[in-house]
Design a protein. Sequence first.
Length: 162
Amino acid sequence: MDTLAQLVALEAIRKLKARYFRCVDTKDWAGLEEVFAPDIAFDRTAGMAVQNPWTGEWTPPVPDAPVIVRGRAAVMAMVRGAVEHVRTVHHGFMPEIAIESADTARGVWAMRDEIYDKSGRLIVSGSGHYHETYERLASGWVIKTSKLTRLWLAYGDGRRDP
């Protein structure tokens, strides 16, 4: 790919991830569905766990076998089930995107999120990274795989992991 084509792809992927965050937070389910590849694989094994950087221990412990949700309908059901009845605020920044071909790319996004109950009380706040791959379809770039890892979590009751 020439430099201009790479820059166009980078900007399209940045907009794709921005749309993901906006659609999750505004509960725009139709818009969110469009950001995922039909055969998306979402690895949620450690999505609500934190690995201690000094000991390697996970809090809470992660399952021995990966927990991967496959397919657009299943991923949509997972996301809706997790956030439909809570208020969320997501921020994604500092993307590291590598264009691998005209139709494939990979990226890592630093992220921060907050989840509140309907009365406005904080349930959980955290930071981490989305590790993703992307593919370009006839309709544009979509998220092909996604994995969330956490650096820390803080809960509304004052607990912190780790």
